[in-house]
Design a protein around this ligand. Structure first.
Ligand code: PMV
Length: 353
């Protein structure tokens, strides 16, 4: 974080990964708080890099450039800055120049709002700490960045940590909160740090339902109570499986969560079917391969048709051969993305002099 030229008062640059949920956040209450707890891991290769420069003091104005060009996403950022200015009143005093780019194509079906708001929140929180004279390496930076990221996009609050994170109150830890995510690492079986994610691209077209519309569908969903109960039970079982290395239970919970998310969408009013015939074909092939080859492969799915094939490091060669041989014909133009569990965000520029 630095003031680089005489016109730039403060500057910060971060790279923040996207994440994929194993227990899904679906449904909000109050302002950007989750109806149920969720658990995710960050990706390694899919990230957003964002720089924030605070220019001359004056009325707040935002210039936002995505991949070098002015972007309409600037309006959402302006709204976001207004929201967080309640906690960081200095925001109103500066002009903002923000540059952002993604490591993955827009059409990849990867949640870019998680990595974008994660990166932006880290930049702004770092600047906030500098302005208020706190050390940039203060451990509270992560919690604060997670809370700020959540106000932009719920799932973004899980992107600011390495490895696995939980967001939302649960019986698992007292430190779990609806306000921000927490990192989980103690006692997790080492096999899970070798998780791989092959994102099988079924359809790169725009989403039929935005996640904000999707969350709203839970407000008066006939299965709302049951879904909340299921998510609590699933997160307990999943965490236990991750501690003990119980792959069978891990697979059962993760697939149940992915299908429950889609079941919620299919049974809401209005109803959405986001899975395509090829999504279903991939799911059944993944299950068949697991039974026949006795190799732990499983799937998860976001709010779209693409299938995340999860597997473990020690099976990499066999699974990659399986993808090439049996799955690519069901992917759009044979496209898939080779990713894995990641090490979390990285600060791109040096600390203040
Ligand atoms: O963060 P949002 O509002 O885009 O919601 C994300 C919802 C899912 O990706 C479907 C699930 C999750 O937990 O990430």
């Amino acid at each position: 974080m630095t003031g680089t030229t005489k016109h730039v008062h403060w500057a910060s640059k971060w790279r923040c990964p996207s994440n994929i949920a194993l227990v899904k956040y679906w449904g909000k209450r109050d302002f950007q708080k989750p109806m149920n707890p969720s658990l995710s891991f960050v990706l390694q290769n899919a990230f957003t890099e964002t720089s924030v420069e605070l220019l001359k003091e004056g009325e707040q104005k935002v210039e936002f450039y995505f991949e070098g060009a002015p972007s309409a996403f600037g309006d959402r950022i302006e709204k976001f800055l207004h929201t967080i200015s309640k906690q960081m009143p200095w925001i109103h005093k500066y002009n903002f120049r923000i540059h952002s780019h993604n490591s993955f194509p827009h059409s990849a079906g990867i949640a870019s709002s998680a990595s974008s708001f994660g990166a932006l929140a880290l930049c702004i929180t770092e600047i906030d700490f500098a302005i208020s004279g706190r050390e940039p390496d203060h451990p509270d930076l992560w919690l604060k960045a997670s809370e700020i990221a959540r106000l932009g996009s719920g799932s973004a609050c899980r992107s600011v940590y390495p490895g696995f994170a939980i967001w939302g109150q649960t019986q698992l830890f007292e430190s779990c909160s609806d306000e921000h995510a927490i990192m989980i690492y103690e006692g997790i079986h080492p096999a899970f740090y070798g998780l791989r994610d092959a994102i099988l691209m079924v359809d790169s077209g725009t989403k039929q339902v935005s996640s904000s519309v999707g969350h709203e569908l839970m407000n008066d969903h006939v299965f709302q109570r049951a879904r909340i109960g299921q998510a609590h039970q699933n997160i307990n079982e999943l965490y236990l499986a991750m501690l003990t290395g119980n792959l069978e239970s891990f697979i059962e919970v993760v697939e149940n969560e992915a299908l429950s998310l889609h079941a919620m969408m299919m049974t809401s009013n209005p109803s959405f079917i986001l899975l395509k015939p090829n999504s279903l074909e991939l799911i059944s092939r993944i299950r068949r391969f697991r039974e026949r080859a006795k190799i732990p492969v499983l799937f998860t799915i976001d709010a779209g048709p693409n299938i995340h094939l999860l597997y473990f490091k020690k099976n990499e060669l066999d699974v990659k051969a399986f993808i090439e041989r049996d799955l690519l014909e069901f992917c759009e133009d044979g496209n898939w993305i080779d990713d894995r569990i990641g090490k979390g965000p990285v600060r791109v520029v040096a600390s203040p002099k």
